[in-house]
Write a protein that binds this ligand. Sequence first.
Ligand code: MN
Length: 130
Amino acid sequence: MKLKVLVIEDNKQNMYMITYLLESYSYEVIQSFNGIDGIQRAKEEKPDIILLDIQLPEMDGYAIASELMKHDELKNIPIIAVTSYAMMGDKEKAMKAGAIGYIEKPIDPDIFVSQMEAFLPPQLLQRSKD
Ligand code: MN
């Protein structure tokens, strides 16, 4: 069964690359370019995984993660932060907001999908192989 990944990312090139990589590994991708839309898509699509850019216009990734956590039907979806904002404490801040993991930009196409999969609960990964 294909796992559904909601990608919330405002940079078109990054979105293109992430989508290309995930689809190459048989994931289904839902694209969202901002937080308001991303939260809406999460409610509608019930993705298995959320890849969340931190630097976004208007609503940043921390605010989005915090908002997702308020919804019972969404709070158990694993959120992985993706950000180039290499400041100290950024990772901790993302985890505190609800992310289970953190991938640093620039995206490395050779390892991106395995970086993501390393954070996923084993039963979820198993489901993608069933
Ligand atoms: Mn961004």
